[in-house]
Design a protein around this ligand. Sequence first.
Ligand code: NAP
Length: 256
Amino acid sequence: MIQNLAFFGATGGCAGSCLAAALKQGYTCTALARTPSKLTAFMHEKDVDSFTLDSHLQIIPGDIRDLEAVKQTLAHADIIVSGIGAYPKFQWSPRKPLALIDPAICADGISTILQACQELQKPNAKRKKPMLISISTAGVQTPGKPRALPLLYLTFYYWLLAEPHADKVALEAKIHEYMQLQGNQKGIEGYILVRPSILLDGEKKGVGDVRAGLPEDPPVGYSIDRRVDGEWIFEKLVRGGGADGVWRNGEVIVTY
Ligand SMILES: NC(=O)c1ccc[n+]([C@@H]2O[C@H](COP(=O)([O-])OP(=O)(O)OC[C@H]3O[C@@H](n4cnc5c(N)ncnc54)[C@H](OP(=O)(O)O)[C@@H]3O)[C@@H](O)[C@H]2O)c1
């Protein structure tokens, strides 16, 4: 049975590539976008035709912190894909040369999504709960588990990328905390956190070139293409049923 998918952050390369792949395969999708025309243009760039956009994609205009818009986006979702992230700004500070325009967007965004799922669930306890797939970063290390980062990257991640890294740590913590709720209080069926290494828009390899692993035995790698990351999420987690399988309720590190 083809499922309904809900997207957040689909004007970004990862979630956008997942959305384009889903639309081309006939999935019915709803996506929240601050600027709907930007999302439509992005889908055209990815060779999604106008007929498919009109018939299979509903765009809800709005911000991720707008609970009502998020609830509208999630109304029929079986699977949620979120690639929300903040844009960087460089500043004259040796301690923190790279800051974010919206440093808590990932944590705030996931809180709104989780609250919306809970509120949609309450009046209809029999409603099938959605699975949540959220993009984090390979820089987040599960306590007691091996590092997924090459040694060369350590300074880079913990100094230059400290602020984005902190937001992703907060995002993951919010999901883990939410999963501690009693079954009937949770609005999601389960979750998968996808932790990519550095995202590039460079040489596009294929989904078959992606190495993926759990925190117990993470693949250590330098980068992955945004488009391939998104296509991998579609192939392995959405279409391939990975959301119900090996990666369910865990973190998956992905890299070339
Ligand atoms: N850069 C890296 O090397 C790296 C490595 C690992 C993980 N990541 C993370 O991976 C994720 C996906 O990255 P990406 O490059 O595909 O996407 P991205 O370029 O970071 O795009 C971010 C997305 O979030 C949306 N967004 C931001 N603030 C929003 C708000 N207030 N309301 C609604 N939407 C909002 C943006 O929409 P607009 O178009 O409206 O701005 C855009 O669709 C991000 O969380 C990123 O931080 C990045």
